[in-house]
Design a protein around this ligand. Structure first.
Ligand code: AHZ
Length: 311
């Protein structure tokens, strides 16, 4: 760390990286001076715009064809993406999250309280990603759910094969005929996307067409029913691929957690369902504020996705 008021050689940049110097006048020195003369390297507005636009649209161009799309960046979706991306660095893992803030319901524990409870053996995942906890015997407690979510999110985003598009809603599924390999005669071949702010305004504007991402495997982890939740489960019903929703049952921690993990599977060819969305699909109990099943379901969904991809 340079001393306050030390001149910083822009040939090397703030971190000593040669590449930073290329963008600025190599002979200009700027001061990291907290005594009243802090200066920044020069920049033009268009450089800022182009720095974002180019990268964002390059990512969109590249991920229009992905290997696995994870819909929903809650605790189940993010765990799935982490396991997928770290186990298979060769796969293009694309996460779509309707909200601006990824994390779903995992920023807080129960009733807006901060500690997060995780039943064993799912504590192993906390250790894997480096989240500390207090051991209570059969379960562990993370001091703040946000410590889990922010750590997991940072680990996921650090993987070079992961791209996250947040503020982007899945509006529909790509459903193709597949009479050969599918007993239903159809398989899911991708997702239909739109900016969430557009998706929320379909009732107020004339048709605003969406975009698509194709992939051989989609993992849907959109949570239980709500303004956007249980998206794929509900779409499967309206598309005739599922008779009716099972509907989430009452709270029973003992039954709910294993039911969600063991039920995590390819529900329709090409579509794996994980997390609490499954409670709506299968009619499983809810578990309330205990998060181990979300992690284990995410890991199982990743294993399923890899199995399908490798078929
Ligand atoms: O914004 C949603 C959230 O971040 C996102 N999502 C929903 N529909 C979407 C769509 N396109 C893109 N159409 C969409 N994103 O999906 C995320 C779901 O996260 P979540 O935390 O709601 O679900 P989860 O299954 O990962 O975790 C559930 C946590 C719960 S709920 C519960 C109970 O009610 O008893 N208990 C637990 C542990």
């Amino acid at each position: 760390v340079p001393a306050p008021s030390a001149g910083i050689d822009l040939k090397k940049g703030l971190n000593g990286n040669e590449h930073q110097a290329a963008a600025v006048d190599p002979d200009r020195k700027v001061a990291e001076d907290y005594e009243g003369n802090y200066q920044f390297a020069p920049i033009e507005e268009a450089q800022v715009s182009r720095a974002m636009i180019k990268r964002y649209f390059d990512m969109m161009y590249d991920r229009a064809v992905s290997d696995v799309v994870v819909v929903g960046a809650g605790s189940a979706g993010l765990t799935c993406a982490y396991h997928l991306a770290t186990t298979r660095p060769d796969l293009k893992v694309t996460i779509l999250e309707a909200n601006v803030a990824p994390g779903g319901g995992a920023w807080l524990g129960g009733q807006l309280m901060t500690p997060m409870v995780v039943r064993k053996p799912a504590d192993r995942f906390l250790s894997e990603i480096g989240v500390p906890f207090e051991d209570e015997g059969t379960f562990v407690v993370v001091k703040h759910a946000a410590l889990f979510t922010s750590t997991l999110l940072s680990r996921v985003l650090a993987q070079p094969n992961v791209v996250l598009f947040n503020a982007t809603a899945v509006e529909d599924l790509i459903i193709r005929p597949d009479p050969v390999s599918s007993s239903s005669g159809q398989r899911i071949g991708g997702v239909v996307t739109n900016w969430t702010l557009v998706a929320l305004n379909h009732d107020t504007q004339s048709c605003m067409d969406p975009n698509t991402i194709t992939a051989p495997v989609i993992v849907s982890a959109t949570g239980h029913d709500g303004p956007m939740g249980a998206f794929s489960a509900k779409r499967l019903v309206s598309a005739g691929l599922l008779g009716e929703l099972g509907n989430m049952r009452g709270l029973d921690m003992q039954r709910a957690e294993p039911a969600i993990v063991n039920g995590t599977r390819e529900v329709v060819p090409g579509l794996v369902m994980a997390g609490m969305e499954l409670s709506e699909h299968d009619g499983a109990n809810r578990m309330g504020p205990t998060f181990g099943a979300m992690m284990a379901s995410g890991i199982k969904a990743a294993k399923e996705a890899i199995r399908i991809f490798d078929q």
